[in-house]
Design a protein around this ligand. Sequence first.
Ligand code: ATP
Length: 904
Amino acid sequence: MKPNKTYTGLSDREVTESRLKYGENIITPPKKDTLWKRFFTKLEDPLIAILIIAGVFSTGISLYEYFGMHGEKSVFFEPMGIFIAIFLATGMAFFFEEKANKAFSILNKINDDDPVEVIRNGNTTKVAKKDIVVGDIVLLNTGAEIPADGELLEAIALNVDESTLTGEPICHKSVNPDDFDSDATFPTNHVLRGTKVMEGHGMFKVDRVGDNTENGKVFVATQIDNNVKTPLTEQLNKLSKLITIGSYVIAALILIGRMVMYFVSFDFSWIYFLQYLLTSIMICVTLIVVAVPEGLPMAVTLSLAYSMRRMFKNNNLVRKMHACETMGATTVICTDKTGTLTQNQMRVNKVYKCSNDNIINKCFIEGIAVNTTAELDLTEPKRPQAIGNPTEGALLLWLKDQKEDYRLLRQEAEIIDEIPFSTERKYMATLVKTACLPNKYVLYVKGATDIIRCKCKEIAGEAKWDNIDKQLLTWQNKAMRTLGFAYYIINEGEEILQHNNPIEKLMASFNGNERGLTFIGIVAISDPVRLDVPFAIKECLKAGIDIKIVTGDTPGTAKEIGREVGLWNDDVDKENHIITGAEFEQLTDEELQSCVLDLKIIARARPMDKKRLVEALQKCNQVVAVTGDGTNDAPALKAAHVGLSMGDGTSVAKQASDITIIDNSFNSIGRAVMWGRSLYQNIQRFILFQMTVNVAACLIVLIGAFMGTQSPLTVTQMLWVNLIMDTFAAMALASLPPSKRVMEDAPRKRSAFIISPAMKKNIFLMGGAFFLVLVALLFVLEHYTVLHVTDLFHLSHHADKGMTAYELSIFFTVFVMLQFWNMFNARAFCTGRSAFHLKGCKGFLFIAAFILVGQIAIVQLGGDMFNVSPLSVIDWALIIIITSLVLWLGEGIRFITKWIYKCI
Ligand code: ATP
């Protein structure tokens, strides 16, 4: 029984004092490994370990050369270069991974900011979870996560999921000592932080916060779940394996080639042979390091982290990483109506009372005040805010407009029993000892009119059902949510009042004939469509994504909303495009399978209908995203490929979901699709770039091994190339801004291989062309004396001589510059635009500039460490201009393709 106690809660001063004394409601995250420890785990990569060992050997040989053979100090440059390159490559990758991980920690912060309903200064208001203090009085509603530990003051049909702490999924909570369970792990009248209200509502006084709560003792920080194997990660793993095997084969061939060349060209000497063997092994290992796309997971992580951060700015809080990507493959979105398509700014628009009788009128008012779980935040009396269920909040706001004080009305009527609203039941009922009639009890019921009507025996006053139905239809056709009100009077002392669950018993006994409720009125609540929704829907439809409205509202209201958002067209859409929950349930699985794709609206739906719809669509090979806000939506959210919970939704729904749409708006869902698609394309761009470099680098080092004893790219040079294509390219390409253009394409096939046919063509054509150019250059440099780049245009000094440091520098720079320009081509891939369209690509341009400056610095200053000798300004200018042909060629192809598309 609910005592009519009023609580004033803490005052602002008491809140401050309590916070000082007992601390904040924040749990200190568990300590992570130190930065150094985390960095050293990077060096555990077997390839890096081999390189380090090779570096140590190389140092040993250099020491021998220096002390044993009285060599120059420069013999140490090569091992030094190797160590610097290893440190740089791993260090960079580590830095960006750390940065990405930091982005994920926002999830915990967001959880701490979740709003909680409390009573303070005698008023009901909302504060952030972290601001709850010991002594606060917190209100609990269905679906809420309990923010701190405390003792219950009130509990109505309260069931709590304590599985996070005790493994108990449903724990009945009560303040009635008769209900106390002596075997329960925690007292029946206690609630604990981190557990969730599955049913009912209540109120509790906080006695422990933050680290002192039970949850604080066992806290594990919420993490973005990035272990899920998505189709993309599976494909990438496959691709990595393929490249790894390929690179091992090529490395083995290189080793054989170099050994053969050694015995063909040199007289055998142990010390020289050992040195040569070590260099060869290092070249092979380095080539594997270059070829193996270690940057791929990093590109994906960076891409996801970048998308996550940006999506967060666009009101999408990603809870499970894979969702970012899956959103891009979505083919169907099943959306709620209230709050997602509409503004959730509910206001009572029309009220129709069946009778003008004074007592009935009083009961109507009392019913609205007591038969509710909502509250009004009256901190600013001129702008009262509804807290809790928005429909009930709208009714309380209407009461306020009628100059009625709902809190006073609630105090005067003693509440005996209550059944809160649920989407399955579609009504709420409260039994009170009324203040309107002496010695009487009244059962107030409000809910979907069609449901209540079956339980009604009569209508108050002169009204007829026909008139009521007509009125309802008119309102529904204006997209308004309609609600019916009824009551039942009980005399004091009647037996039913002694029953444990009197409402349940009463409702079960109402058959609408001799025993039943009296219908007293209807109300229409308006909730305008969000302004940006029609455009967002249009965009999704254009992107080949089907949208289905799943609503608990009537078919009339749902259809009108459908019309307003541009989803329903009376000329085209027929009855087979709309179905009610009841009809939906009647369908066999086969029938459902045959009509599910045509459905546009499910009205009067129940949460389990949503789950069935999701599963039926999945069986039709659709990638389904579904929205949900209620606790009962959790099964559908879990079943969907991407579950989207609403910012205003319950904690249960949020935790079952993959993404939380903070502003509840459908527009944000559309943007999540755009991000998902762009992310996939960015990863494709990275792969395209990396594979092209791979093909060129592997083949050229392989050919080099058979052409001469000197490797065309030294170990340190290859490590620089690796840094460019793995780390820098991942950074540059993985975080390119999303393009609206992706919304003009059809959704990609979920099973399609990430390397599309267009990419394959590109990789082999470009990689092959680079290889041919580089082989020709290698041949020329091996056989002709080149003292300036201009000498390449009139070759005359023919000699079979090997390559000088200067010639090696030309080769190395041409190799890097070809890749440099090709990075712009990769950026333009799939955009249908010129590579010079670089709006919003600041990061990309910065990294491109960094690569160019880095290359110049290495060649001009690298000396023996990089096996290079400086080039002149003219050399640089010529190499940059000539290699840029790659970009101009790409531009030409893009222009012609665009032109052909236009002509078609
Ligand atoms: P949507 O898809 O628009 O979000 P929903 O699935 O949330 O809708 P419900 O909340 O289940 O829809 O509402 C279904 C019907 O139940 C409404 O049309 C209304 O008549 C009635 N109803 C809604 N809220 C309440 C409430 N708090 N108390 C009583 N009846 C309600």
